[in-house]
Design a binder for this molecule. Structure first.
Ligand code: SF4
Length: 899
């Protein structure tokens, strides 16, 4: 094992997506923190995406919860912990242990997850422990268990560099797993690997693809069933493997043939061109080394588990699994969703990949010496919050997640929180939609402060190491729970000295009475010393005496963890959407992540750089739908489903299919007026996995009749009053607030007096009152600028950056601020594309117009794309768009000449 700290800094892992990149946290020449990619980490070999590269900019104490709070007042730790213990005891004694629930997060470390699960399921005696991974990957878990007998990802990232064909199903990999996307693109360039994207939207990922299948939402089973039939009809089934290693083949194939007997039928069922389906089938059938990656587009569905098994069927039928460059690979959303799954963080798992059979309960109960071991599964996320409304759950402890924003029917779920007797929240942040509802707020250590392990999408356990002191009175989650456990009388089971001891116990349990029935086994790490734990190098489980260095791939030549050792092919019925479009709800809404933000922006929202790419909540729609609804680009749009509404900026794009709309998941009640996407999610859950639908919801859109568009650039966040829409974004000098009104007339002078800070003002209003501008100064320093117009104007904060750092002595200088020009005379960058070097679309367009015809050439001229590389797909898109429009112009000239 190698030392975790060297002269370059502390080795840790990125807290965002499931790629699990290694990060080195160090100090720059000015002693400020730096975060760079760890060149020795096998997930990223030194690469980081835009989010990972900006980690060092997120370490401020701004918005941190620093002290325990009870009913809004600061409390000491002993008082807060006593109160948690007494509330839980009261609820348990009055209503039984089933009235207590824990809602956890893929952001927690494995050790925190382990303690929460043990406390709830073994000692308090409530089975109701679930996690936000339910919203993210539960369908993959269920699909793996149905096919393999255990929740196992058989492949590793190296396979992406060894494959000849990579399928990206329901995955905007370029934005959601950017470092893996870069590894895929390297393989494409170096060995000619073909890439197929299956996604209703033409995403940035398609810029590096050889084929894009813009599938009709919810029809993935048809495509994979059709492929299964094609594999059979073209003699590509590996019957030796089928006979020796699997069961269920004949029935699965027979069901797949229903409705998908021919390529044409598959094309019709999926809304794809027959030629494209044929190409996909040809490539998949004729390429031995194929990796099928799948992510939220598959999982977040009413039929997510079936979709996963439809993919696994094709790999099992051809024996293309567990081999170099060949197999299915689920791309996990969160940094430690996998670790949570390992310890039993999901309501339908007990611990260490064990369920609730008598034998498994006996193993776990004995190992924990548990006084109150639960007897069966608990409520899954959506059920849990519905049970609160029904009065069955009385006490809820939320850790590191924001269900009031992220759950389906989020308005209803947020209201449910008020029905609890006790809401306890362990959090980093002082304000979010869930924290503000909590009676007891416990400050938890954040990334950069806490210590433990996480597991990424390829089963690789990596250390997350602290490198700064905890902020205020923040404590690790495991410590908080241990203190409560001791107050509940469970001192014996909860007297850990630190995360190393918890990890050792977790490792011991994985090997306890495990004669090979459970593949999840890290028992070779059960006796590591604290120093070994500190120095632990990234390693892929299982880690056993026979495989002390871990295992890269599984199931090539080993039995599956089913009772008979055989994998199962599942009969996958034809899909039907849980909710169909209708005259009232004619559009299908899809949701997802954007490139530079993470979850509800509590960390990424702290950096100005990451807020420049897509600073506002938006709704993407096709120009034809926009025309039908009288919507123009940058209008403010209302999107509604049966459960809620959101208000956001319209983005018109033919990347979106007509009839579909897309909205990002990141905005919450703290940074936008009405952009909580969870409020719109109708949430019918997959019957097997319990994962709610988030990709195909019947909806409708309309234009908000805006009278004025405005922006406030200010040092402190402004609170725009009487507006129909607002959103906030971080800037280098403070905050940019965007708003829109629907009132016919507004006295902007009076409005500004209420909203802007006090100070000396300069003002401009044009004759017809269609434009209003005001700037506020204090001691010659610019405090705020307000711009209002009856037309939308693409104003980026860049033109004011130098103004907020300068001083303005004369009236003429102050009036100059209202000119709308960059003060240093530089041209406006336009919308920022490259956040690393803050290069905007206008600069890139100039470079392309001057002959830069590749991302590399644009990078040489402008620096764009030359650091983290996350914007390279967009550079490629801008280059292609320019080439296309040149061709169109040339064609028009030819036609006109001919006429
Ligand atoms: Fe973090 Fe980006 Fe790596 Fe994901 S790809 S782990 S967000 S650096």
């Amino acid at each position: 094992m190698k030392n975790a700290t060297d002269s370059d800094g502390v080795k840790t892992t990125c807290p965002y997506c499931g790629v699990g990149c290694g990060v080195v946290a160090g100090r720059g020449a000015d002693h400020s923190f730096t975060t760079t990619g760890d060149v020795t980490h096998p997930a990223n070999f030194g690469r980081l995406c835009s989010k990972g590269s900006a980690l060092n900019e997120t370490l401020s104490l701004e918005s941190r919860l620093l002290h325990p709070e009870i009913e809004g007042r600061c409390a000491s730790w002993p008082e807060a912990l006593d109160r948690v213990a007494s509330d839980l005891t009261r609820v348990r004694d009055t209503h039984g242990p089933d009235a207590i629930a824990f809602y956890l997060s893929g952001q927690l470390l494995t050790e925190d997850y382990y303690v929460a699960n043990k406390l709830a399921k073994g000692f308090i005696g409530t089975p109701h422990v679930d996690t936000n991974s339910r919203l993210c990957m539960a369908s993959s878990v269920a699909g793996h268990k149905r096919a393999f007998g255990e929740d196992i990802v058989p492949q590793c990232y190296d396979d992406l560099e060894q494959a000849d064909l990579i399928i990206l199903a329901g995955s905007n990999t370029a934005w959601c797993h950017p470092v893996l996307y870069q590894r895929i693109q390297k393989a494409r360039q170096e060995r000619g690997t073909k890439v197929v994207v299956i996604d209703p939207r033409r995403t940035a990922t398609c810029e590096g693809a050889d084929l894009h299948l813009a599938i009709t939402p919810g029809t993935d089973q048809h495509l994979w069933n059709g492929l299964f039939v094609a594999l059979a009809d073209r003699g590509r089934i590996d019957f030796q493997y089928i006979r020796a290693r699997t069961e269920g083949f004949a029935k699965a194939l027979a069901v797949a043939r229903n409705e998908n007997a021919t390529l044409l039928k598959t094309a019709r069922n999926t809304g794809l061109l027959a030629a494209d389906v044929k190409t996909f089938f040809n490539w998949w059938c004729d390429t031995e080394k194929v990796v099928s990656c799948y992510s939220q587009g598959i999982n977040q569905s009413h039929q997510g588990t079936d979709k996963v098994n439809a993919i696994l069927n094709c790999h099992l039928a051809t024996g293309r699994i567990g081999k170099v460059g060949c197999g299915p690979l689920s791309l996990t959303g969160q940094p430690n969703a996998m670790g949570g799954r390992e310890v039993g963080g999901l309501a339908n798992m007990l611990a260490a990949h064990m369920g609730f059979s008598d034998a498994e309960r006996e193993i776990v109960g004995t190992f924990w010496d548990a006084p109150n071991l639960v007897t069966g599964e608990g409520l899954k996320a959506v059920q849990m919050f519905d049970a609160i409304a029904e009065g069955r759950i009385k006490a809820l402890w939320v850790m590191g997640t924001n269900p009031a924003v992220s759950l389906p029917r989020a308005d209803e779920m947020r209201a449910n929180l008020s029905k609890l007797d006790t809401l306890i929240v362990s959090e980093n942040v002082s304000v979010n939609d869930t924290v503000v509802a909590a009676g007891i707020r416990l400050p938890a250590s954040a990334w950069s402060e806490k210590d433990g392990t996480v597991t990424n999408s390829e089963r690789r356990i990596s250390r997350q190491r602290g490198f700064v002191e905890p902020a205020g009175e923040a404590r690790p989650d495991w410590w908080i729970m241990q203190e409560v456990a001791q107050r509940l009388g469970y001192r014996d089971g909860f007297s850990y000295t630190g995360p190393a001891e918890i990890f050792r116990e977790h490792a011991r349990l994985s090997g306890f009475k495990n004669d090979g029935e459970r593949v999840f086994n890290i028992s070779a790490l059960a006796d590591i010393t604290d120093q070994d734990f500190n120095d632990l190098e990234p390693i892929q489980w299982p880690v056993t005496d026979s495989h002390p260095d871990g295992v890269a791939r599984l199931f090539n030549d080993t039995a599956f963890p089913t009772p008979n050792g055989l994998a199962r092919l599942l009969p996958i019925e034809n899909p039907t959407l849980a909710e169909k479009v209708s005259d009232d709800w004619p559009m299908l809404m899809n949701t997802g992540r954007i490139r530079d933000q993470w979850h509800t922006m509590t960390r990424t929202g702290l950096t100005a750089r990451l807020s420049t790419h897509l600073p506002e909540p938006f709704i993407s729609l096709h120009p034809k739908d926009a025309a039908t609804h009288d919507i123009a680009a940058n209008d403010i749009v209302v999107a509604e489903t049966r459960h809620g509404r959101m208000v956001a900026r319209a983005r018109l794009t033919d990347d979106q299919k007509p009839g579909d709309v897309f909205a990002p998941i990141h905005w919450s009640g703290t940074n936008a007026s009405d952009a909580r996407i969870g409020a719109l999610l109708t949430g019918p859950a997959d019957p097997v996995s319990g994962q709610p639908e988030a990709k195909a919801m019947p909806s409708r859109i309309s234009r908000l009749p805006v009278t004025f568009h405005g922006r406030i650039f200010s040092r402190k966040p402004a609170a725009p009053q009487n507006t129909a829409y607002w959103s906030l974004a971080k800037t280098s000098f403070g905050t940019a607030t965007t708003f829109a009104t629907t009132a016919e007339t507004v006295d902007w002078n009076a409005w500004a007096a209420q909203v802007l800070p006090d100070g000396e003002t300069v003002m401009f209003e044009d004759a017809d009152m269609s434009v209003f501008r005001m700037a506020v100064f204090h001691d010659g320093r610019l405090e705020a600028v307000l711009t209002v117009s009856n037309q939308y104007q693409s104003t980026s904060p860049a033109w004011l950056e130098s103004a907020f750092s300068g001083t303005f002595q004369t009236a003429a200088e102050r009036r100059g601020v209202l000119s709308g020009q960059t003060l240093d005379g530089q041209p406006d960058e336009g919308p920022i594309v490259c956040v690393c070097y803050q290069v905007g679309a206008n600069t890139i367009a100039t470079a392309i117009a001057s002959g830069s015809g590749t991302p590399e050439a644009v990078g040489k001229t402008t620096c764009a794309g030359t650091n983290c590389g996350s914007c390279v797909p967009e550079l490629r898109r801008l280059i292609n768009q320019t080439a296309k429009s040149k061709q169109n112009t040339a064609a028009k000239v030819v036609v006109e000449a001919a006429e």
